[in-house]
Structure formats: structure tokens, C-alpha cells
Design a protein around this ligand. Structure first.
Ligand SMILES: [Zn+2]
Length: 362
């Protein structure tokens, strides 16, 4: 299990897959599922789904394949690319960053986001963050015509140049740990449970466009009509010097359950998990001696916020792996937390009783 989780996470992190351009990520996951003899289903948006029959409640496990990045807005006469942000890309991450621009033909070109030479930087410029509109990608070509000749056009996707490294013993560091580690976890859950018949009817969904304001999971949920939805993504670790007051989640101390999420800007959405589901997750973790951490904070949300509103309501919970440095080009997680999360999910869906009560007040 651990080897699979390391290999899949590292392999998936190396694949560019901006929101709306998840095809190569989906191909990797689809190929791995085919090895198990499972034929996945892809919907119009690009979500990848499998169904594993069972005699308990219908449960949807989902995780997003896409990553945040940039979109080519303009190619200037000297061949520099101006761009828009897609998702919560921190502008302070961008100057000097290596990036990859992909063409519609699937070709990738490396570039760098320009940063004013240090020797020419004035004192008042040293501590300012430049807005993305002042930045540009330098592909090393000298003209618009040369760049267009590569097949690069307006609207093409740009992501941080993929990196995927192991540091210390068991820590994974690089691009899009959010949420390729989640994809690796659900791929491993599929490997572990695809031949079992007891427990819930499991629908595993690898979704698209989560970083583009949480779009992909909703159409999948509308088709599946789950009783229970569990979303797999990062949980913010607060064990670094700059995050100490944020919470108690630590890397390497096990998977984590979100007890409250809310995004106070824009979407005004979040999730308060279903109490029976929380009790079931806690009981399952404890009976399998899997440590379980908890988080509760504003500032983040997932597509579960919308899935919980499907039909007459879906019992929902966000489960995840602790992660540091979210939305940077060097995110960090601990593979032992991915192992714990996989074990917890397998134990949950295998033991989910058909009598599981979801109605409140009865
Ligand atoms: Zn995510």
C-alpha cells in the first residue's frame, strides 16, 4: 500500500493538469483502474467514475484531479506571455517561478516568470508583492511569431513546472500534492475494495475543475444521488512556525477530519459534517487504531459544500491528509498520513451497515 501511494502520488504530481485540462491526469488514473479490470466512466465535464456494488447506503468518495495555475491572456510582440490566474495562486509565489505552458496539441514548453534583476531593484521595491498583471512568462523566444509557431495561443494552460521529490524519509514535496495525493489515496482504495461486496455501494469519483470555483463534483453528485459524500483533500497543517495559532493538525500524526469549514469571501459556503458520520468515522478510526486529527477554521472550502445540497441533502464530511504550504509550488505531505487515510476509508466503506441512520431527530 505504502509503495503504491508513494509511486502514484509522485507520478501524478509530474503531470500538468490545470482545471479544465485534466486529460493526462485522468488517463493515468484510468490506466491504473484498467489494470484492476475496472472500466471507469467519464462524463461530459471529464469526471472519472467507478461504481463498486454493496448492500449498504450509497456512498460517494471524491477527490479532484485538477490543479491551480495560469491562463495565457496575451502574447506581446517580444514573445512575453501575459496571464490570468486560475484558482488561488499566491502572487508572491510567482516572480522567478519556473512554469510549463501546454499547447492544445499536448506539447509542453518550459518558461520562467520574470523577476526584476536584484541589482536594479530600488529599496522601496524590495518588500512589495507585484500584482500578477505586472508579471510575464519568458519562454526564451524573441517574438510573438516565434511563440505562436510553437502552437502556443491565447487561453493555453500554464502550471508551476512539475516537481516531485521525497525528503527526509517519508515526506513528499513538490507541485500539486493538492490533490494528486488524494487521487493516489482513492486509487489505492479502489485497489483494496474492488472485489468486496459487503458494506456501502461505493462510487469513487475523480473530479475536474475544483480549483475553478468548485464545479466538477456537483454534476457527478447529481447523477449518483449519494446518501453519504466524503471528500478527500488536504487539511492545513499548523505545525510550522508561521501557523502555530491556526490549529493542532501535524504532519505524520494521521489523517484529519474537518469539523467546520467556511469561505468568507466570494462563495460564502462551507461544511459542518453530519454528526452520525462524525461518530462513525471516529469509531472506525479508534477500532482500527488509526490516529485521527481534527481541524476547524475559516478561509478554505471544498466542492463538498455544494455536493451536500444535492437532492434532499447529503450527509457529508471532509477527510484529508495534513499538508504544508498550500497553493505554493512546493507543497509537503507525509506518506504515512496517506496510508492512514486509505486504511480509514477502506475500513469505513467495508463496515458501513445497511441500517446506518442518516435522518436527524429519529
Ligand atoms: Zn484541493
Amino acid at each position: 500500500m505504502k509503495e503504491n501511494l508513494i509511486n502514484d502520488t509522485l507520478n501524478l504530481m509530474k503531470i500538468p493538469g490545470l482545471s479544465g485540462y485534466e486529460d493526462r491526469v485522468r488517463d493515468y488514473i484510468s490506466d491504473e483502474l484498467s489494470v484492476l479490470g475496472i472500466t471507469p466512466f467519464t462524463d461530459k465535464l471529464g469526471n472519472l467514475r467507478i461504481k463498486i456494488p454493496g448492500d449498504g447506503p450509497r456512498i460517494m468518495l471524491f477527490t479532484h484531479m485538477d490543479q491551480l495555475g495560469l491562463i495565457v491572456r496575451q502574447i506581446d510582440e517580444n514573445g512575453f506571455l501575459r496571464f490570468e490566474r486560475l484558482g488561488g495562486v499566491p502572487e508572491k509565489m510567482l516572480p522567478g517561478q519556473s512554469v510549463v505552458v501546454s499547447t492544445s496539441y499536448g506539447q509542453d514548453f518550459e518558461g520562467v516568470i520574470g523577476i526584476k534583476s536584484h541589482h536594479a531593484t530600488r529599496p522601496e521595491e524590495k518588500y512589495t508583492v507585484l500584482p500578477y498583471r505586472d508579471l510575464y512568462v519568458d519562454l526564451g523566444y524573441g517574438s510573438r511569431d516565434a511563440v505562436r509557431a510553437l502552437g502556443i495561443d491565447i487561453g493555453n494552460p500554464i502550471v508551476y513546472k512539475p516537481t516531485a521529490d521525497m525528503i527526509a524519509q517519508d515526506r513528499i514535496c513538490g507541485t500539486s500534492v493538492d490533490d494528486r495525493a488524494g487521487c493516489a489515496v482513492l486509487l489505492e482504495v479502489a485497489r483494496q475494495i474492488h472485489q468486496r461486496t459487503n458494506g456501502g455501494e461505493v462510487h469513487i469519483v475523480f473530479t475536474v475543475q475544483e480549483e475553478f470555483n468548485l464545479r466538477g463534483a456537483l454534476p457527478a453528485a447529481q447523477q449518483i444521488k449519494p446518501d453519504i459524500a466524503i471528500q478527500i483533500d488536504l487539511i492545513l497543517a499548523s505545525d510550522t512556525p508561521d501557523m502555530r495559532d491556526f490549529g493542532e493538525v501535524q504532519l505524520g500524526h494521521g489523517p484529519a477530519l474537518s469539523m467546520f469549514s467556511f469561505h468568507g469571501r466570494g462563495t460564502l459556503n462551507g461544511v459542518i459534517p453530519h454528526p452520525e458520520l462524525v461518530a462513525f468515522i471516529e469509531d472506525t478510526a479508534s477500532s482500527h487504531t488509526i490516529p485521527l486529527q481534527k481541524s476547524a477554521h475559516i478561509g478554505a472550502l471544498t466542492d463538498l459544500s455544494y455536493v451536500q445540497l444535492v437532492g434532499d441533502g447529503v450527509a457529508s464530511a471532509d477527510l484529508g491528509f495534513p499538508m504544508r504550504y498550500s497553493h505554493s509550488s512546493r507543497e509537503v505531505c507525509d506518506v504515512n498520513d496517506l496510508v492512514g487515510l486509505t486504511r480509514l476509508l477502506v475500513a469505513m466503506v467495508t463496515s458501513l451497515p445497511s441500517s446506518f441512520s442518516l435522518l436527524r431527530g429519529v
